[in-house]
Design a binder for this molecule. Structure first.
Ligand SMILES: CC(C)(COP(=O)(O)OP(=O)(O)OC[C@H]1O[C@@H](n2cnc3c(N)ncnc32)[C@H](O)[C@@H]1OP(=O)(O)O)[C@@H](O)C(=O)NCCC(=O)NCCS
Length: 191
């Protein structure tokens, strides 16, 4: 990427994307981190206590000010400030490209919030960080995630397999690619 602006606020018509703080632990635990359904395709296991979520958030918060910085946003409703999800760009050793990932709280799905948050984050990563290519992966059976990716222009590239961090769960997956030149935000985004 051309530069490393880190995680800065992003606004879309209905959402504010901002940095996580440890104060987000309880709504994150209640909204999705403790929920076996919302976390079933994520690489980590559902949390059993709010303390698990605090311990999970601590390194996220610390990494905002490291170099290279973390790109991880708390997705909040603009009107109420309510925390409804998480969206991030992750970086892996195999390439230098951002890999988006997202999860919504139960009760926040089916309303286009994942689409809106993804468009906001991609616009930011292209315009502020100079990202040129994005890669995304979803479990084949996680069709909702595939829809979100295709709607912003991601194109299927190849098949793969991923597994949970504790190696107890494995999913055949689909890998998608998006070239920044092919991406156009279909909603207003400001940062
Ligand atoms: C993946 C996930 C974020 C997708 O959530 P989602 O609610 O399907 O996606 P969106 O928020 O973009 O909502 C899209 C739906 O809202 C509807 N919608 C309603 N109002 C809308 C609006 N203003 N704009 C866009 N879509 C709108 C769309 O029609 C669409 O429904 P459809 O799929 O039946 O056509 C969600 O299923 C989730 O949190 N899953 C668990 C975590 C996960 O698997 N993460 C991905 C790991 S790879």
């Amino acid at each position: 990427m051309r530069c490393q602006p880190g995680t800065q606020p992003i606004t879309t018509p209905r959402l504010l994307l901002r940095r996580f703080t440890l104060a987000d632990a309880k709504p994150m635990f209640d909204g999705w981190a403790s929920d076996a359904k919302q976390t079933r395709y994520l690489t980590w296991n559902p949390h059993e206590t709010v303390q698990d979520t605090i311990d999970f958030l601590r390194p996220w918060v610390a990494k905002y000010d490291e170099m290279p910085p973390a790109y991880r946003w708390a997705v909040c409703l603009k009107d109420s400030g309510k925390l409804i999800g998480s969206i991030s760009c992750n970086f892996y050793e195999e390439d230098e490209d951002p890999h988006p990932g997202y999860v919504l709280a139960h009760g926040a799905t089916g309303q286009g919030y994942a689409h809106e948050a993804l468009v906001g984050m991609l616009a930011y990563m292209v315009q502020m960080a100079g990202a040129e290519v994005f890669w995304a992966e979803h479990a084949k059976e996680n069709t909702a995630s595939g829809k979100v990716l295709r709607r912003v222009g991601f194109v299927y590239d190849h098949e793969a397999v991923y597994e949970s961090r504790d190696h107890t769960r494995r999913w055949p997956s689909r890998i998608y690619r998006l070239d920044a030149a092919q991406f156009e935000a279909d909603i207003p985004v400001t940062f």
